[in-house]
Design a protein. Structure first.
Length: 302
């Protein structure tokens, strides 16, 4: 189980780094094209990994139900929500969209209670309050209403919450690399169908070399994200795993501070609240054990 927490913490670290490095990225012709190429590249990486590890043989033994669930994961996790999310962000402000996305842990917890029979204790509720407060601080004003963009981001968040819940169920019998492969492979396939139906595929020819390089860079980061996420999710409750992902926000803030960027007090206070919220949910003892194990790994590598 400690391995699971460590891998998901690593996912949060990758997530925080990804948001930070995206600030230096170049714009692309179309966010749908960018998403497709990134998802497709990761799917190719994972296919190669399955062939190298010879895990592809396990695909032959999958039942019809497992294939259906894996295809569903690709549809509601690797395709539809990406398209909804980026479209929604173009119609709302970044802070409000980010806040809505950060509520995913709430929807995942509800689904985990209903379908996975996970237990939510008082520590989770108390920590969740810290997490919400930390996210709210970054908003200049409370969202009294939702515009079209907000609704699209919320819908994408609900899709991802459902996908993570289904993934946790599937991971009871399958390895993380297979679930990650299915999400990206079928996700790329569904996005390809969408781009073909909307005549957006020709836009790929308009990409510059710099934009293609950036797709490759972000694809490598996404590859690390899905590998650590699904490998870790196999061993820990999905409700706690999605809470840990929120650590990506203060990590981004810390990286910006190290790089000499301007950090306002709101971001620092928000990060502190989010960290405290995660500690409450995971537990002080377990958090301390993870810190000690991380130190051991660091010293061992040095």
């Amino acid at each position: 189980m400690r391995k699971g927490y460590f891998l998901v913490f690593l996912t949060a670290l990758i997530s925080g780094f990804a948001v930070f490095i995206n600030k230096f990225g170049v714009s692309v012709v179309n966010p749908n094209i960018y998403t497709f190429l990134k998802v497709l590249t990761v799917a190719i990486f994972l296919t190669g990994l399955l062939l190298f590890l010879k895990d592809w043989r396990r695909l032959k033994n999958l039942t019809g139900k497992q294939w259906l669930l894996l295809i569903t994961i690709g549809l509601i996790g690797g395709s539809i929500p990406f398209l909804l999310f980026f479209k929604g962000l173009s119609l709302t402000n970044a802070a409000q969209g980010s806040f809505i996305h950060k509520t995913m842990f709430i929807w995942v917890a509800l689904l985990a209670i209903l379908f996975l029979k996970e237990k939510i204790n008082k520590k989770f509720l108390f920590g969740g309050l810290f997490l919400l407060l930390g996210s709210l601080i970054l908003l200049k004003k409370l969202p009294y209403s939702l515009n079209q963009g907000d609704l699209l981001v919320l819908l994408a968040t609900l899709f991802w919450a459902a996908e993570n819940t289904i993934s946790k169920y599937v991971l009871r019998d399958l390895e993380g690399v297979i679930v990650a492969w299915a999400r990206m492979f079928f996700g790329a396939l569904f996005i390809l169908i969408f781009l073909s139906a909307t005549n957006q595929l020709p836009l790929i020819s308009g990409l510059t070399l710099g934009q293609i390089n950036w797709v490759l860079i972000t694809a490598v980061i996404l590859f690390g994200y899905v590998m650590t996420w699904y490998s870790g999710l196999k061993f820990i409750p999905v409700s706690q795993a999605t809470v840990i992902l929120l650590l990506g926000s203060p990590i981004t803030t810390l990286l910006s501070l190290i790089a000499g960027g301007k950090i306002n007090p709101q971001e620092i206070f928000s990060g502190i609240l989010i960290i405290f919220g995660i500690i409450f949910v995971i537990g002080f003892k377990k958090t301390w054990q993870l810190i000690k194990e991380t130190k051991k790994l660091t010293y061992a590598r040095n």
